[in-house]
Design a protein around this ligand. Structure first.
Ligand code: ADP
Length: 265
């Protein structure tokens, strides 16, 4: 614990003394530390592609000016780096939007099955290109809950994309929707949506830290797959905003299951 201490001499009823004030500033200091770390991370993440872009621009203006083949190759790399920056800025904006007014709860009544079908349809091609099959198990009748459509789409896009990205090759991604009469933790009727992959799984030491901003198990692989390190932090905030909770179950060699539990009312 950190204290801010101030002392003053006082005289009460003819008795002189010292008045010491202790103010607990632990939380303020921790918040400052988190902010500094976040800014350092963002700067680093933006600086890496920016340095590459500047380097290639210089080469294209100088040594590779008349080399058509090199120009073509360098432009391809510059395109990828610029896209990386674009994704990062997009994710930072999403994160700040969902953090903005965390008390405001989305209230539109939406059918979770329709949202999941749309997301699965949109990601099916990418999954197939990596040899993955996406299987969706959900009830025939609509399962409605108060939600923000764009935010929930973002949650399932991030989780299903991760299952495809980190789920090895030629695997299966199984999505299940299960309404429950009462969730033990939320103490309410809820809907459980789980996304399970058949990938290499996650070592237990990493699990509690996965939703931290910029936490990655393998940075190189994440970057190679187009990751920003913010996907699960965004998911965590959106789920919290919907007064829900998230569970991550995994062990090495066993695949991973990410479950989102959202209250029905
Ligand atoms: P990223 O943009 O790096 O994918 P995320 O916040 O979405 O960032 O995920 C954080 C890290 O969690 C990833 O870099 C990856 O190491 C790990 N991860 C996420 N989903 C899975 C999964 N289904 N299987 C194995 N590892 C995963």
């Amino acid at each position: 614990t950190r204290y801010d201490v101030s002392c003053s001499f006082v005289e009460i009823g003819g008795t002189a003394g010292v008045l010491a004030c202790f103010k607990d500033i632990t939380e303020v200091e921790q918040a400052g530390e988190i902010r500094r770390e976040f800014v350092a991370n963002v700067s680093h993440e933006l600086k890496t592609p920016l340095t590459a872009l500047l380097g290639f621009i210089e080469t294209l203006q100088g040594p590779a000016k008349n080399d058509a083949q090199a120009r073509e190759r360098f432009l391809g790399i510059m395109d990828a780096e610029a896209n990386r920056m674009n994704r990062l800025v997009g994710d930072l904006l999403s994160l700040s939007r969902v953090e903005e007014d965390a008390r405001m709860r989305p209230s539109e009544s939406l059918d979770i099955c329709e949202i999941l079908s749309t997301v699965v349809r949109n990601l099916d091609e990418v999954a197939k290109s990596r040899g993955h099959e996406i299987v969706l198990h959900q009830p025939d009748s609509p399962v409605t809950l108060p939600a923000d459509r764009d935010q929930l789409m973002q949650v399932f896009i991030n989780l299903i994309e991760n299952a495809v990205k980190y789920g090895g090759r030629d695997g299966q991604v199984t999505i299940s929707v299960e309404p429950v009469e009462r969730d033990q933790t939320l103490r309410k009727p809820a809907v459980r949506i789980s996304i399970a992959d058949t990938g290499p799984g996650i070592d237990a030491v990493h699990i509690p830290r996965l939703t931290e901003r910029f936490y990655r198990i393998d940075s190189h692989r994440s970057r190679e797959m187009g990751g920003t390190g913010l996907g699960l932090a965004i998911v965590k905030h959106i789920v919290a905003r919907h007064r829900g909770r998230m569970k991550i179950e995994s062990s090495l060699g066993q695949g991973s299951t990410f479950t989102v539990i959202l209250p029905k009312n």
